[in-house]
Ligand binder design. Structure first.
Ligand code: ATP
Ligand code: MG
Length: 259
């Protein structure tokens, strides 16, 4: 049995705007397993981002519970929730959303100083290591406006993991990138996952989804299907036969779900 790191039970989400109710998540039961790379696919508007926001404590549930380390995060007040997000979760979105008047280095370091139980010197070492690993050494002193789209998104990945989170939540992290930059960001996520960080990634792209060892199909506010794959092997990331084989499996599965 794999160990659950995050458990959602009867998770429901209804938005109310101008008196109109939109039921986005029905009653979702989901376990994320420790060390997994879980991908989520599904039609636009089906509720994938809402699911990610609710699981990660970025948005309030309407009902149900989300349990992380024995605590129902839906019941935490905003102070404890933001502490939990800062210490245990990392986030990557389609846009890098870097702070415009901080350098790339500072964009990674500033949230890094919030990590509990770590000295400034230790944090600097972690940041230095990440800047190097993300291929940002040459541009570390640049402002975001002086960086390319790929550099900015790699910086966002570094920022997401600077506090050594248990889970990285990624919502279409390559949605705004060209193919080469997408591959780099996916490789980084795959490597971080191999180094034991759990990943939940929403994506529209089959080639991205197959980075996961588990792919969920989300439709009409609920999980409609699930595909298990062998864990991605980063040493085969550029092996076209390896990628195609996984892609064919996922495509056949998606076709069976009328994707
Ligand atoms: N703040 C909000 N207020 C009202 N309705 C919302 C709000 N946010 C999202 N919705 C609605 O909830 C539904 C699900 O949205 P969500 O963003 O989760 O979909 P998605 O699956 O991520 O779509 P996409 O693939 O296009 O990103 C949509 O119908 C959307 O209009
Ligand atoms: Mg979305």
């Amino acid at each position: 049995m794999r160990e659950a790191i995050l458990t959602a039970r009867r998770l429901a989400k209804t938005y109310v705007a101008d008196g109109v109710q939109t039921h986005v998540l029905g009653s979702v039961d989901l376990e994320l397993y420790d060390g997994d790379f879980t991908s989520v696919m599904g039609p636009s508007g089906s509720g994938k981002s809402t699911l990610l926001y609710c699981l990660s404590g970025m948005d309030a549930l309407t009902s149900g519970e989300v349990v992380f380390e024995g605590v129902d995060i839906a019941r935490l007040d905003e102070g404890r929730l933001s502490e939990l997000r800062a210490q245990s979760f990392g986030f990557v979105f389609q846009a890098a959303n870097l702070v415009s008047n901080l350098t790339l280095y500072e964009n990674v370091a500033v949230p890094g100083y919030l990590k509990r139980g770590r000295s400034v010197a230790q944090t600097r070492r972690v940041v230095d290591g990440l800047i190097e690993r993300m291929g940002l050494s040459e541009v570390a002193s640049h402002l975001p406006s002086q960086a390319s789209g790929g550099q900015k998104q790699r910086c966002a990945v570094a920022r997401a993991v600077v506090n050594e989170p248990a889970i990285v939540f990624a919502d279409e992290p390559t949605g705004a990138l060209n193919r080469a930059n997408s591959l780099e960001v996916l490789d980084l996520l795959s490597e971080l996952n191999r180094d034991s960080i759990s990943v939940l990634m929403v994506t529209h792209d089959v080639r991205s989804a197959i980075r996961g060892n588990r792919v969920l199909y989300f439709e009409d506010g609920g999980i409609r299907g699930e595909l298990e794959l062998a864990p991605w092997d980063p040493s085969f990331s550029r092996d076209e036969a390896y990628v195609r084989e996984r892609e064919a499996m996922a495509s056949a599965w998606l076709a069976s779900l009328s994707w």
